[in-house]
Every structure is written in C-alpha cells, then in structure tokens.
Design a protein around this ligand. Structure first.
Ligand code: TMP
Ligand code: MG
Length: 316
C-alpha cells in the first residue's frame, strides 16, 4: 500500500515554528502490524488539524470496559466492571453462576459479526436488565465495593497514567461513556490515582437505600448499543463540553461510535477502535468504521502518541 506523505506544521517550543515532513518516524507506532487504517492520510490530516486548533478545542470521549481497561493480561481475561461484582463479598454462589451463564449466552451475541446492531439490541436490554435485577436481589453493599475492586484483577491499559495525566494537565475534558457500572469504574480509576477533575462519567450508577444496600439503578439503562440515545439525553447536562469541536473517540465496540453524537458542532473527529476479540470475523467492519483499529493491543501507546502531538507536555 502506498501512503501519501503530507507536509505539516509543527511548532517547536522556544524556537521558530518549522514545517517538516510527516514520515512514519513522526508516528513510529503507526508502523506496527497491529495498527490498521483505512485511510492513513486522512488520519494524519485530522491529527494535523487538531494540533493546529490546540488542546482548548479538544475533548476525548471514551468507552471504559475493554477500552480504558484491559481485555487480557498474561493470556488471562481481565474483568469488566460488571464482572468485578462477581465476588463473595457482594453476591452468593447461585447468583454468580447465573450471571456467568448470562455472560456466556449474551457476550457471543454482543460480538457476533453476522448479526446487525438492530438485531442485537433487544438481547442486550435483556442481558443488562436481568443482571441488574439479580444484583438488586442480592442487596449489593456499597461499603464493600472498594474492596471488591481491590481484590479483582481489573487493570487499566499499559500507559494509562500518561494518558490520564496528560489530559488533566492540559485541561482537556475526558468524557467516559460506559455501559458498565459507574460506581465501579470510578473506583478503578480512584485506586489507580487517575480519577482527575477533568473526567465526566455517563454510566449506570447504583442507587443505595439508607442501609447502603443496592435497591435500583439510576436513570435510563445504558447498554452497548444505545449510547446514541444516552449521548443526546446527557448532552444538556454536559454543557460547555459539547462545544469543543475536536474529538478523539476511543471504543472497543461499533456501538461506541455513537458516543460523540451529543457534540454540538463537531469539526475534526478521530476514532480509535480496540479490536480485542474475534479479530478475523470483525476486522473488516472495524476498519470500515473506525479511523484507526488496534488489534489485540493492550496499551495506550497510539492514543498517547496522538496526544503527544496534539497537546503540549507541560510538566517534567
Ligand atoms: P462498556 O460500555 O464500558 O464497554 O461496558 C459494557 C461491557 O460490559 C460490554 O462489553 C459487556 C460487558 N458486560 C459484562 O461483562 N457483564 C455483564 O453482566 C454485562 C451486563 C455486561
Ligand atoms: Mg467496551
């Protein structure tokens, strides 16, 4: 494949701005076999435009489970926020068994390349509703959540600290849009010391009674394939955030592509899709849908490389 190599403008601190040629050395990570792009020159032009507009024009919108958090580590699957609740501290053995059966039934549907999103939607509603009802029956205790997160094998992707800290230092808002459990993902970030004030979360939050027992989930249910409705619903609440026109979007599901639908007037959008599972079956649709596809990449290297370019290093 032949890529055309554009000339782009790169400001150098304490020096006259210079023009220089973008080569693979500008983005050495793009040369990795795990990085797929439908149109590399469009990716580079978008990064160039984002760089010119500066961090004030940028917002990052990201999914949480299997996007900010790892899919696997040392060959073992890492838990989603729902799966972190699979702990003796919170639910009994019968409930655990049932939740695992549901995972085995519905996860293959979620990632099935042969089914349409329309076809998957009612199954997702069924999955989430059943699991949430089971958790409510178990009266999951608020005061046990932090310990359950500590005891879990949940991990953020390698390089996460650079990613979160860089956004915070540049006051770039990070909107986390998750169909997982909000209370749990907040705790994962807290325990990793990256739950910074620039983070806004839209997710399924638990509602506890006065005794600190789960009695319901708040607001409208968010599942993998209704993020568009959620984005529009929460747009008003997100206020100024909506006005930032340049968007770096990160997800691991095709449903994540609609997370930016609440942005008022998007100008430059770059979408990155982590393709964690069912790679051969889903590669084509991911490459057709995301600008950059990262195949079985458990790191934040590519998002960090892009941020490196778009936002200045302010510390060190
Ligand atoms: P995300 O929007 O943050 O990725 O969260 C949704 C993920 O959670 C989705 O990929 C499926 C997963 N999930 C479980 O692992 N267990 C469950 O019980 C449910 C309902 C969802
Ligand atoms: Mg996900």
């Amino acid at each position: 494949m032949i890529y055309h190599i554009p000339w782009i403008y790169v400001p150098v601190r304490n020096a006259r701005a210079i023009w220089h040629q973008v080569t693979t050395s500008e983005f050495p990570e793009f040369a990795k076999a795990s990085v797929l792009m439908r149109d590399r020159s469009k990716v580079e032009t978008t990064i160039q435009a984002m760089q010119r507009a500066g961090p004030e024009a940028l917002q990052v919108i990201s999914d949480f489970d299997m996007t900010l958090s790892r899919f696997a580590h040392n060959g073992k699957r890492c838990p989603t926020t729902h799966n972190i609740l699979d702990n003796d501290l919170l639910i009994n053995d019968t409930c655990k068994k049932r939740i695992r059966e549901l995972l085995n039934t519905y996860y293959p549907i979620e990632i099935d390349a042969a089914r349409t999103i329309e076809d998957k939607r009612p199954h997702m509603v069924e999955w989430w509703t059943t699991v949430h009802d089971l958790l409510i029956q178990q009266k999951v205790r608020k005061d046990m959540l932090a310990q359950a997160v500590e005891e879990s094998s949940a991990m953020l992707r390698e390089g996460y600290k650079v990613f979160f800290d860089r956004l915070q230092e540049n006051q770039v808002p990070l909107l986390i849009f998750s169909a997982g459990v909000g209370d749990i993902l907040e705790e994962v970030m807290r325990q990793n010391h990256v739950f910074h004030p620039n983070i806004h979360v839209v997710s399924n939050y638990m509602d506890f009674n006065q005794c600190g027992e789960l009695q319901a989930f708040k607001g409208q249910l968010i599942h993998t394939f209704n993020k568009r409705e959620g984005a529009l619903l929460h747009a008003a609440r997100l206020g100024k955030l909506r006005e930032r026109p340049n968007i770096l979007l990160l997800g691991d599901s095709l449903g994540d592509l609609s997370m930016a639908d609440g942005v008022a007037k998007p100008q430059h959008t770059l979408t990155i899709g982590f393709l964690n599972d069912q790679v051969d079956e889903r590669k084509e649709s991911y490459v057709n849908s995301f600008d950059i596809v990262l195949v079985k990449d458990e790191t934040m290297d590519i998002p960090n490389d892009i941020l490196n370019y778009v936002t200045p290093v302010l510390t060190k």
